[in-house]
Design a protein around this ligand. Sequence first.
Ligand SMILES: Cc1cc2nc3c(=O)[nH]c(=O)nc-3n(C[C@H](O)[C@H](O)[C@H](O)COP(=O)(O)OP(=O)(O)OC[C@H]3O[C@@H](n4cnc5c(N)ncnc54)[C@H](O)[C@@H]3O)c2cc1C
Length: 411
Amino acid sequence: MEPLRAGKRIMAKPLTVEVAIVGGGLAGLTAAIALASAGIETALIARRANADHRTTALLIGSVTALDTLGAWAGCAAQAAPLRVMRIVDATIRLVRAPEIRFAASEIGLEAFGHNIENRHLLASLDDRARSLSPLIRFEDEARAVETNESSATVTLKDGAKITARLVVGADGRRSLCRTAAGIESDGHAYPQTALTFNLAHARAHQDTSTEFHTESGPFTLVPLPGNRSSLVCVVEPSETERIAALDEAALNNEIEQRSHSIHGRIAVEPGRGVFPLAVETARTFGKSRIALVGEAAHLIPPIGAQGLNLGLRDAACIGELVVSARRDGGDVGSSDLLSRYDALRRADVKSRTFAIDLLNRTLLSDFLPIQSARGFGLYLIDRIGPLRRAVMREGVAPAASQPRLMRGEAL
Ligand SMILES: Cc1cc2nc3c(=O)[nH]c(=O)nc-3n(C[C@H](O)[C@H](O)[C@H](O)COP(=O)(O)OP(=O)(O)OC[C@H]3O[C@@H](n4cnc5c(N)ncnc54)[C@H](O)[C@@H]3O)c2cc1C
């Protein structure tokens, strides 16, 4: 067999570890750090990810988890706090919802979370991962995953093999691990595209994120450090081409207009993203010694900043189950553990997916009774303090799932 390259180490025979993780995006890296920092021998099969210009709004539980894992200090200076969130109905419909303003201080928090560019978060996670000796990184791709009663084997592109008790599939929406486990998924595409930009602007954002609801979807400005924000603008696909064809000055004007000039003059920074919207959920999150985390398990539209926050809770949850099984001398890839993982994660993923799908569909609907129901729902949230606070608490810390790391407890 060809020698196996792991960082600077050369190994002549197949490696056996407790857990092998396929995919080194934000969810996979976090899972790897969670396991290795608790002393679990872990192999991470991941080429260095090239982060795009996207940003992630991390809710408070995610920030606490990253801090507990020693991965937040390295990027905290590049993150902006989210202290206020506004929802503004910018439709021109007959029935419009009132503006809603959620303040973190109303539920005793300094901030709902922080917004950060993915490249800074990825770099900090990479640094932390490199410092953990139980973690061996293979800068390669997985080509096949085979499982049997007692183990799973990952074959890399270079032919090397890694055997583990459990494989964590963190390999994104077209997951090889999901296919290898024979797990099907349900979902559909939306007639919408998310355009992403980072912007500099004339006026201060005052740590406030503003979501304008329009007939084609949300237009959301989220603070970055300084007078900068990230923007996710959801449009119909036909609009995508028109906006992509705009020159810099025209794009600056278009965004300033769509943002009702709340931040004054806009200067779009280099780097634009285009993401067709879709929703997809795996029918189970664990089967045949394979556990799915992040977008390998669930894909949701970038509305309400939930996707990676769910992915980090997946990583924290599988980490917790593995560490506990290992302490009890159990099998970390057993079907019992995988069933518990699925049960623990399903309600959280289902409720978020349902809420975002509902919000998006009611926004797109031209049906007056649906628009009225949406407006009335938002009116109630605005006017009834206890309801508004309950919505805020559920938004930042879901009752269905608070793994130990999200509570600041080490594994
Ligand atoms: C426009 C937009 C804005 C968003 N904003 C937010 C937000 O504000 N807050 C939030 O919580 N979420 C947000 N999200 C969602 C968030 O970006 C995703 O949930 C997150 O990036 C998914 O991370 P992941 O690690 O699961 O998957 P990925 O980032 O897709 O990582 C998967 C990795 O696996 C690798 N891989 C694939 N196959 C293999 C293989 N065979 N072998 C080895 N490696 C492999 C890939 O190369 C990749 O590096 C947003 C999404 C979009 C589109």
